[in-house]
Design a protein around this ligand. Structure first.
Ligand code: 5AD
Length: 361
C-alpha cells in the first residue's frame, strides 16, 4: 500500500491520487486533514471572511431535478424582495462590518432582471461608500449582462457547475436546451474573461455520482484555475423528482464526510483560493462549517435574508437558520471558532489571493 503522506506531498496529483485521498479513512484521513488545515492557515492565516448572503428571490425559470425552488415545484410560495428590503439587508451587512455581501436568487434572464440587478449594485455601492464587496450568484446570463454588472461594481461571481462530468450533468437536469452543460461552461468562461473573481462548485453525494466524478470535479477546478469554490453535500428535497433516489445514495453522515474530504483535497491542490464552508454542511451537522474551516475553508456566508422569507428559499430539506436572526446564525459559529484560535475578519473584502496572482500572470 502506498503511504498516504507520499501521495499528499506529491507534485501534480493524478486522478487516481485524488480518488485515494477521497477514500482515505481513519489515520490516513487524519493525516490529510492535518496537512490541509496547515496549508489553509499558512495561506489564509487563521482567518475567516464573511459574505452576508441575501437570497432575494426564489422565482426560477430552471427545473433542476434536485432543487427545491425548481420551476415545477408548486408547493412553495414564491417571493421577490423589494429593492428597499434588499438595500436594507445590504445596509445591515455594512453596519455589522461585513466586508462583502452575496446576492443570490433563482435564475431569470430578462431585461427587467438585468436592469434591476445593475441598479441594485450601484445603490449598494453608494450606500456603503464603495466599501461593500459584491458577489453575484444569479445563474447563467449572456456575456453582455455579466459585463454590465461588472461595470456597475460587482467583482465576484459564483456559478456552480453542479457536476463537471457532462454525462452526470445531463442526468441531474432535464434534457432540454435550457439545461445545457456547454452553456454553463461558456458562462463560467465569460465571467473569467470579463475579470470577475470566478467561483464554481459542485454537489457531493448526488444520485449516479461516483468517486471518479468527484476527483474529476477537483481536476476541473484546478484546470479551469478557479478563484473561489462553494461546494457542499446534496440534500434531498421531498418536492423534487430526485426524492425517488433517496435510498440509493450515501447516508447524510457519509455525504458530510465526503464533502469535508472534497474541501480538504481542493485546498491541497489549490492553496490560495477562497473556499466556502457551505450552509448545506451546517444542515447535516450543526458544527459542519467549523469542521470545514479546520481543514480548508476560509469563507462563510451568514444568511442575512429578512427572516420572513427564509423558509421559502428552501433548496433542500432542513436548511439551517430558517427562523434564526442573522445575528444568532453567526454568533455561535464565531464563538466556536474563536475558541480554536481563528478570527472572523470584519471590514475586509477577503479577496481570493489566487485571483491576483492569476491576473498578474
Ligand atoms: N442539495 C444541496 N444543494 C442544492 N442546491 C440546489 N439544490 C440542492 C440540494 N437539493 C445548490 C446548488 C445551487 C445552489 C444555490 O444550491 O448547487 O447552485
Amino acid at each position: 500500500m502506498i503511504e498516504i503522506r507520499s501521495i499528499i506531498e506529491r507534485a501534480g496529483h493524478s486522478k487516481e491520487d485524488l480518488i485515494t485521498l477521497l477514500r482515505s479513512e481513519g489515520d490516513d484521513k487524519d493525516i490529510l486533514f492535518k496537512k490541509t488545515g496547515e496549508i489553509r492557515d499558512k495561506h489564509a492565516g487563521k482567518k475567516v471572511w464573511l459574505r452576508g448572503l441575501i437570497e432575494f428571490s426564489n422565482i426560477c425559470s430552471k427545473d433542476c431535478l434536485y432543487c427545491g425552488i425548481r420551476k415545477s415545484n408548486k408547493n412553495i410560495s414564491r417571493y421577490n424582495l423589494t429593492d428597499e428590503e434588499i438595500l436594507k439587508a445590504a445596509a445591515f451587512a455594512y453596519e455589522k462590518g461585513f466586508g462583502s455581501i452575496a446576492l443570490q436568487s433563482g435564475e431569470l434572464e430578462s431585461k427587467t432582471f438585468t436592469n434591476r440587478i445593475e441598479s441594485l449594485i450601484k445603490k449598494i455601492k453608494k450606500l456603503s461608500a464603495g466599501n461593500l464587496g459584491i458577489t453575484l450568484s444569479v445563474g447563467e446570463q449572456e456575456k453582455e449582462v455579466y459585463q454590465k454588472w461588472f461595470d456597475a461594481g460587482a467583482h465576484r461571481y459564483l456559478l456552480r457547475m453542479e457536476a463537471t462530468n457532462p454525462a452526470l450533468y445531463s442526468k441531474i437536469h432535464p434534457g432540454d436546451t435550457w439545461h445545457n452543460f456547454s452553456r454553463r461552461l461558456k458562462c463560467l468562461e465569460s465571467l473569467k474573461n470579463i475579470g470577475y473573481q470566478t467561483g464554481t462548485g459542485v454537489m457531493i453525494g448526488l444520485p449516479f455520482q461516483t468517486c471518479d466524478d468527484l476527483a474529476g470535479d477537483l481536476l476541473f477546478m484546478k484546470d479551469f484555475d478557479i478563484d473561489m469554490c462553494g461546494m457542499g453535500p446534496y440534500i434531498e428535497h421531498a418536492d423534487t423528482p430526485f426524492i425517488k433516489y433517496s435510498s440509493g445514495i450515501p447516508s447524510l453522515a457519509e455525504r458530510l464526510d465526503l464533502s469535508l474530504k472534497m474541501i480538504a483535497v481542493l485546498r491541497l491542490i489549490m492553496k490560495d483560493i477562497n473556499i466556502v464552508a457551505s450552509t448545506a454542511l451546517q444542515s447535516i451537522d450543526p458544527e459542519g462549517r467549523e469542521k470545514a474551516v479546520r481543514i480548508g475553508a476560509n469563507i462563510i456566508m451568514p444568511n442575512i435574508t429578512p427572516g420572513k422569507y427564509r423558509d421559502s428559499y428552501r433548496l433542500y430539506e432542513n436548511k439551517p437558520c430558517s427562523g434564526d436572526s442573522a445575528d444568532d446564525c453567526l454568533a455561535s459559529f464565531e464563538e466556536n471558532i474563536k475558541a480554536e484560535g481563528y478570527e472572523i475578519i470584519y471590514g475586509e473584502w477577503g479577496d481570493s489571493k489566487h485571483f491576483f496572482k492569476r491576473s498578474k500572470g
